[in-house]
Design a protein around this ligand. Structure first.
Ligand code: AMX
Length: 433
C-alpha cells in the first residue's frame, strides 16, 4: 500500500501495543514533581501530556518525528530541486513517522486538492454575515466551526461506532479540514482586504502554493515562502496553547472541527500566535517614531521604553525554548537568500542584535532570544502580504497539520479525556500551614 491512509493504518496496531507495554512496565513510575509554583504558574515545567508528532528541546528547538528543521529542508520532497519542503510531506511524516517519496507527496497533494476543491456555500454566507471589521481570526474560527456539520466522526458516533475505529472518521475529518483551510483563509483575506473577489482553486498547484494563489499572490518565490512558512508553523509539541486546546477539546471526543476551532481561539491570543501581528505593529511604531533607519542606541531606548510601559516585547521569549528559535533562524536564512537588502529585514536584524541584551539586563525573562513570530511578518510584507492582522490566520492554517495529525493518533491510541485536578488557595494554605 502506498496511500497515506493505508500506510498509517498499518502502523496503528504496533503503536497501540507499544503504548500498552509502556503502561504495563512503567505506568506507576514518576515523571517529576509538582510544586505550588507550577500550579500557579501556568503548569510550566509539568510533564503531563503524551504527544507523538513533535518534541521540543529547550536548547536545540523543535524536532518533528525526530527531524530538525534543517534536516527536513534537506530530506523532505520539494516542489523544485533544492527548494523548500512541501508541507504535505511533513503531514505524511507526522502521521507515519516516515519521510515520504516525491511520488507519495504528489499523490497527497492531489488528494488534498480534490478534498479541498469546493467550500460549502453556507460557509461563505456565515462569513458574509459577520460585521465588517471582524478580526480575521474570529472569521477563521467561525468558518471552521461552520464546517462541523460535515463531520464524519460526529455522524459515526451517533450511529454507535466502536472505539477501536474512532481514528478512521477522525482521519477523514482532519484531511477534509486541512484540505479546505487554504480556501477558507484565502476567502477571508479576499473578503477583508480585496473587496470580496475570490480567486478559484488551481488543481495544478500544491497545497501551500494554492493558498498563496487564492490569496492573490503568484510567483515561484512567494510559493516557496508559503511552503516554508506552512511547514515550520505546524507543530511545537503538545503543551502550547493552540496544541493543548485542540488536544483537550478533542479528548472529550468533540470532532476535529470543534477541537481545531478551539485551538484557533487560543492561537488568537497576543502571547501566542497573535504575536506575529504584534511584532509588525511594533516595528511600524519604531519607524513612525524614529524613522526608517534607527540607530542601535535608538532601538535600545525603544526596547527599554516598551518594557517600562509594562508591555511585552513581542516575538521574544519562550515558555520552553532557551535559545534562538530554529524557526526564526530558517526564516532569517530565507531573508538572507531572497531579500538581503530589504529595509524591514535590516530592522529585524537590528532588533536581533539589541533585544536579547536588553532583556538579559532587565533580568526577568528566562529566554531573551527571538521566537518564530519575530521574523515571519517581515517576509510576508516583502511579498506584498501587508495586512498584519491576517498573519495569525496563516499560522493557524499550518498549525492544523500538526495538531490534527496528533488528534488522529490520540484517537488511535485511545488517549483518555483530560481532567487534571485543581485546588483553591484555601487548600494550599491549609495543606502547608
Ligand atoms: N517582553 C517582556 N517581558 C517578558 C517577555 C518579553 N518578550 N518574555 C517574558 N517576559 C516576562 C514575563 O511576562 C514574566 O513577567 P512577570 O514575572 O512580571 O509575569 C517574566 O518575564 C518571566 O517570564 P518567562 O518565564 O520568561 O516567560 P513565560 O514562560 O511566562 O512566557 C511568553 C512566555 C512567550 C508568553 C513570553 O516570553 C512573552 O510574553 N513573549 C512575548 C510574546 C510572544 O512573542 N509570544 C509568542 C511566543 C511564541 C508563540 O507562541 N507563537
Amino acid at each position: 500500500a502506498s496511500d497515506l491512509k493505508s500506510v498509517l493504518k498499518e502502523k496503528i496496531p504496533e503503536q497501540q501495543e507499544r503504548l500498552k507495554a509502556i503502561k504495563k512496565t512503567h505506568g506507576s513510575k514518576e515523571l517529576g514533581k509538582v510544586t505550588v509554583d507550577m500550579a500557579i504558574g501556568g503548569m510550566r515545567g509539568i510533564t503531563g501530556l503524551l504527544w507523538e508528532t513533535s518534541l521540543l528541546d529547550p536548547e536545540e528547538g523543535i524536532r518533528f518525528r525526530g527531524y530538525s528543521i534543517p534536516e527536513l529542508q534537506e530530506k523532505l520532497p520539494a516542489a523544485k530541486e533544492g527548494g523548500e519542503p512541501l508541507p504535505e510531506g511533513l503531514l505524511w511524516l507526522l502521521l507515519t513517522g516516515e519521510i515520504p517519496s516525491k511520488e507519495q507527496v504528489d499523490a497527497l497533494s492531489a488528494e488534498l486538492s480534490y478534498r479541498g476543491k469546493a467550500l460549502p456555500g453556507h460557509v461563505h454566507k456565515v462569513l458574509a454575515a459577520l460585521p465588517a471589521g471582524t478580526h480575521p481570526m474570529t472569521q477563521f474560527s467561525t468558518a471552521v466551526l461552520a464546517l462541523q456539520p460535515e463531520s464524519h466522526f460526529a455522524a459515526a458516533y451517533q450511529k454507535g461506532i466502536s472505539k477501536l475505529n474512532y481514528w478512521d472518521p477522525v482521519y477523514e475529518d482532519s484531511m477534509n479540514l486541512i484540505a479546505k483551510l487554504p480556501g477558507i483563509a484565502a476567502a477571508i483575506y479576499r473578503n477583508t482586504y480585496k473587496g470580496g473577489k475570490l480567486i478559484p482553486h488551481d488543481t495544478s498547484l500544491d497545497w501551500a502554493a494554492n493558498l498563496s494563489h487564492q490569496m492573490g499572490f503568484d510567483g515561484e518565490e512567494v510559493y516557496e515562502l508559503t511552503r516554508l512558512y506552512q511547514t515550520i508553523h505546524t507543530d511545537h509539541e503538545g503543551g502550547n496553547v493552540s496544541a493543548h486546546a485542540t488536544h483537550l477539546v478533542g479528548s472529550a471526543l468533540s470532532d476535529p472541527y470543534f477541537s481545531f476551532s478551539a485551538g484557533l481561539n487560543g492561537l488568537a491570543g497576543p502571547l501566542h500566535g497573535l504575536a506575529n501581528q504584534e511584532v509588525l505593529r511594533w516595528l511600524f511604531d519604531v519607524t513612525k517614531q524614529i524613522g526608517p533607519t534607527p540607530t542601535k542606541d535608538e532601538v535600545e531606548k525603544f526596547v527599554w521604553d516598551t518594557l517600562k510601559s509594562g508591555k511585552v516585547v513581542p516575538g521574544f521569549g519562550h515558555a520552553v525554548l532557551r535559545k534562538t528559535d530554529p524557526r526564526y533562524t530558517c526564516q532569517r536564512e530565507f531573508a538572507q537568500k531572497h531579500l538581503p537588502d530589504d529595509p524591514m529585514f535590516k530592522l529585524v536584524s537590528l532588533f536581533y542584535e539589541v533585544v536579547p541584551g536588553v532583556l538579559t539586563e532587565q533580568g526577568k525573562v528566562k529566554n531573551p532570544w527571538p521566537n518564530v513570530d519575530a521574523h515571519s511578518g517581515v517576509l510576508l510584507q516583502y511579498y506584498g502580504i501587508k495586512e498584519e492582522n491576517f498573519y495569525t490566520v496563516l499560522f493557524g492554517v499550518s498549525r492544523a497539520i500538526g495538531v490534527l495529525s496528533q488528534g488522529i493518533w490520540s484517537r488511535a491510541l485511545g488517549l483518555a479525556i483530560e481532567r487534571p485536578k485543581s485546588v483553591t488557595m484555601d487548600v494550599l494554605e491549609k495543606k502547608f500551614a
